[in-house]
Ligand binder design. Structure first.
Ligand SMILES: [Zn+2]
Length: 98
């Protein structure tokens, strides 16, 4: 079993910790190298709290696994949500009500 309860364990398994401020709608990422160098590697991931440097609100955390590489390039999934598909689902839900 792999344990990733601390910042150091997260880092050793090539995971990152993203931060999201709901108020500012802004993403950031914890500098795990720096945190470990500061002697906070044994800090609990779940108990750690971070504040937005812009507004001071406590931010949401998101543990992120390593980004998979495909032939040396970063793999990604293209997702497209069109207004048409939203309208179609709205119509079908309206039709269900009648
Ligand atoms: Zn903020």
């Amino acid at each position: 079993m792999i344990s990733m309860g601390t910042m150091e364990e997260l880092h050793s398994h090539n995971h990152t910790l993203a931060l999201y401020c709901i108020s500012c709608n802004r993403w950031g990422e914890v500098n795990l190298d720096r945190l470990i160098q500061m002697g906070k590697g044994n800090k609990s991931v779940t108990e750690a709290r971070f504040r937005c440097r812009d507004c001071g609100e406590i931010v949401e955390k998101q543990v992120r696994p390593p980004v998979p590489l495909l032939g040396g390039a970063v793999a990604y999934i293209k997702c497209r949500l069109t207004k048409l598909s939203i309208r179609q689902s709205d119509q079908s839900s309206t039709m269900l009500k009648r």
